[in-house]
Design a protein around this ligand. Structure first.
Ligand SMILES: [Ca+2]
Ligand SMILES: [Ca+2]
Length: 709
């Protein structure tokens, strides 16, 4: 539904919000409305008391409205949020009166039960009056839960909107449709906190499973790679330094809970550029992927086929390990040191490609990018401390590679030494045996994957490798998959060599997710897959900014769509756009990096319907609701007629005020009503200046009245 109420001035609302500082609440609970959309309901305690108008303003100022209960189920859910003592007060007749709701009685409606409506203009087909109500027991025109002696009842009563003794209200957030934010939350979903930022974004969000923002960071660099919340509570972010020699990346930063950059490391110039992934090792070192420049001459000398050098250069990847205490590189590994080629026997690295699966064929180029300088496009790092091995993705080889980290840098540049005796040669590779001439297209499993990692020890499937396989250039139709496979490794970290001429095992995945239909899940770039402690699997469909969690049987149990563009959150109900996300890691509630921080959930990241109350640029001019209040004759002697024209039926108040602001006479809100010059006690007031004011939930209009005698 859409709020039909026109807004009042922003200044008034800012003042209203300020007035309500200190009220309890702000933990909205999501609930699936019968139409399938997700609404949020926030029970607000107002221990000092609040009238209906102020509650209305407070709800609107937060982008919502006083809750409208259009079904028994909605009624019962909302009641469950306020069925506790702080939201209720005991009247003098001992009846318990509960919080305000979004029902109002149109002015001039026949009492007591005509003209009731929801503030949203939703139809009021569902009625839930407490027996004996409404009774209009004293100008009652606003709705609340109550009233019954000594009992909190889930039914409704009418009360005076001016009554400022109410202890709470319920704020509802909704939109015409649910297009972004939380889309699904089953009880079997793994409860935790999900970290994300828009690709190229400068705002980082941590949300709970109910789609509520638990924390936000503002950062100065655009985010262009994998991001982590570390066990020490710092966020590790890759920032974009706009290196014009390469693509994006260049900087790794650590950001504390308050958004301060506590450390950063730049690795970006005309010869090199850090990109895609930077991980943190148990010893506190940072390890990252980076491109390095190889000139045309260097590439030819290494054995590159000149027909595959149309870019005139190559950017092979390398891996660096940085001691953050000294910002020095303490270990490195280079693709360039582990090449083989059978193109030119007069050049370096010449050999039989199929005999050396531990080496990287310098002339393997993927069919999608034969001329790309970014020849390998490594894109995901992982480290296993028990084996002391590094795993990373070689996207344009459509493979996952594993190397030994126990080597010295010198050993890592050669073919012997280290725990596994192979120096820096590949210990294992999987996904596309075409790259080492031990298979054909029928044996290729991966297609430009963007995320690969070991399942951590202690989790279901520990030691297996999961892959977000984007499916780019997959033969036939384009679709992404999530894959889990079991590498042929023994307990000491040694991989079973394939028989001569055969590829590395396994032949296929042990688990995979393919959507139905497959093409409904396709992200050509970005994305992640994460095994969760309960055996579910969280997937980030990168290009769509869609996070979804799968049970082991691949049923979707949780779904969320990034509502943030590269700059700001969008309004609920608007189509998702510009919301690509690199990855969406989820952290357990007991994760060390979360300890000691305030994890009180706030509002959803996306914005809600009454956008005119939120965006400064959309604030309407003050007084845009014209009610045409007029008093005639004016000045008057015996009696004046008060006329106005409300845009719709709404609860409003009409009164005469003294120049010092005291209400001296309440008038019925009826167009053409008369003021006889008397106060509420029936005594005629003296001659002078008075003000007649008509006030509703979203407007206030007053006019000067001169009483001549
Ligand atoms: Ca509602
Ligand atoms: Ca009543």
């Amino acid at each position: 539904m859409t709020l039909r109420f026109s807004p009042r001035s922003l200044a008034t609302l800012v003042a209203a919000v300020a007035l309500f500082v200190g009220i309890a609440g702000a933990q909205p609970e999501p609930w699936v409305h019968p139409d399938g959309s997700i609404h949020y309901y926030d029970a607000i305690g107002t221990p000092a008391g609040m009238n209906w108008y102020d509650a209305f303003d407070s709800a609107a100022a937060y982008g919502g409205y006083l809750a409208t209960l259009t079904s028994q189920a909605e009624n019962d859910f909302v009641f469950s949020l306020v069925d506790s003592a702080p939201y209720w007060h005991k009247r003098s007749d001992l009846k318990l009166a509960g919080p305000w709701l979004g029902g109002t009685q149109g002015f001039g409606s026949p009492e007591p039960d005509s003209g009731w409506r929801w503030v949203t203009d939703e139809s009021m087909d569902f009625l839930n009056w407490t027996p004996g109500q409404p009774d209009n027991d004293g100008d009652e025109n606003a709705l609340h839960f109550g009233e019954s002696v000594g009992v909190r009842v889930p039914t409704w009563d009418d009360a005076s909107a001016r009554n400022d003794t109410f202890r709470g209200f319920v704020r509802e957030l909704s939109a015409d449709s649910t297009t972004i934010g939380l889309r699904q939350r089953d009880t079997t979903a793994y409860d935790g906190y999900t970290l994300f930022t828009n690709n190229q974004g400068r705002a980082i969000y941590l949300i709970d499973n109910k789609g509520r923002a638990v924390h936000r960071w503002r950062v100065t660099d655009k985010t262009v790679g994998a991001m982590y919340l570390l066990e020490n509570g710092l966020v590790s972010q890759i920032g974009n330094l706009n290196n014009t020699s390469f693509l994006n990346g260049g900087r790794v930063s650590l950001i504390d809970w308050d958004g301060n950059k506590t450390w950063s490391f730049d690795y970006s110039d005309s010869l090199k550029c850090l990109h895609h992934d930077a991980i943190w090792l148990p010893n506190g070192h940072m390890m990252a992927i980076a491109w390095e420049l190889k000139t045309r001459a260097e590439a030819i000398e290494a054995g590159r086929d000149t027909t595959k050098l149309t870019a005139g250069k190559l950017w092979p990847d390398h891996i660096i390990e940085v001691d953050t205490a000294t910002d020095s590189i303490v270990w490195e590994w280079h693709v360039w040191d582990h090449l083989i080629q059978d193109h030119d026997s007069t050049k370096q690295n010449y050999g039989v490609v199929g005999d050396h699966p531990e080496l990287i064929d310098l002339n393997f180029v993927d069919q999608g990018s034969p001329s790309a300088a970014d020849w390998i496009h490594a894109n995901a790092l992982d480290y296993d401390s028990a084996f002391d091995q590094v795993l990373f993705g070689a996207r344009d080889f459509n493979e996952v590679w594993i190397i030994d980290h126990s080597t010295t840098t010198e050993q890592a540049g050669g073919h012997t030494g280290g725990r596994y005796g192979m120096g820096g040669d590949l210990l294992y590779r999987w996904g596309n045996p075409r790259t080492y001439r031990r298979g054909d297209t029928a044996d290729q499993v991966l297609y430009h994957q963007h995320h690969s990692s070991w399942i951590p020890r202690g989790l279901p499937g520990a030691g297996n490798i999961t892959v977000f396989d984007n499916g780019l250039l997959r033969p036939g139709s384009l679709y992404s998959t999530a894959i889990e496979f079991m590498p042929p490794v023994d307990s000491t970290g040694h991989y079973q060599d394939p028989p001569p001429g055969e590829p590395y095992g396994p032949a296929g995945p042990t688990w995979q997710y393919i959507a139905n239909p497959p093409t409904s899940f396709y992200s050509a770039q970005l994305g992640s897959v994460q095994r969760l402690p309960n055996g579910n699997t969280l997937i980030c469909d990168g290009n769509s900014g869609r996070f979804f969690e799968l049970a082991p049987d691949t049923q979707v149990v949780w779904k969320y769509i990034n509502p943030v563009t590269d700059t700001l959150p969008k309004y609920q109900g608007t189509p998702p756009a510009q919301n690509a996300v690199h990855r969406s890691p989820r952290y357990a509630p007991d994760y060390p990096g979360l300890q000691g921080h305030d994890l009180t959930p706030g509002y959803p990241v996306e914005l809600y319907t009454t956008r005119q109350y939120v965006g400064v640029e959309q604030a309407p001019p003050a007084g845009s609701v014209r009610v045409g209040l007029a008093v005639r004759p004016n000045p008057f002697s015996r009696q004046a007629s008060v006329s106005f024209n409300l845009p719709r039926a709404v609860a409003a108040e009409l009164g005469i005020y003294s120049v010092d602001g005291r209400l001296i006479r309440t008038l019925p809100v009826i167009n053409g009503t008369a003021w006889d010059g008397a106060d509420n006690a029936g005594n005629r007031v003296g001659r002078g200046v008075y003000y007649c004011r008509l006030q509703g939930p979203d407007f206030s209009s007053s006019t000067k009245v001169i009483k001549a005698e």
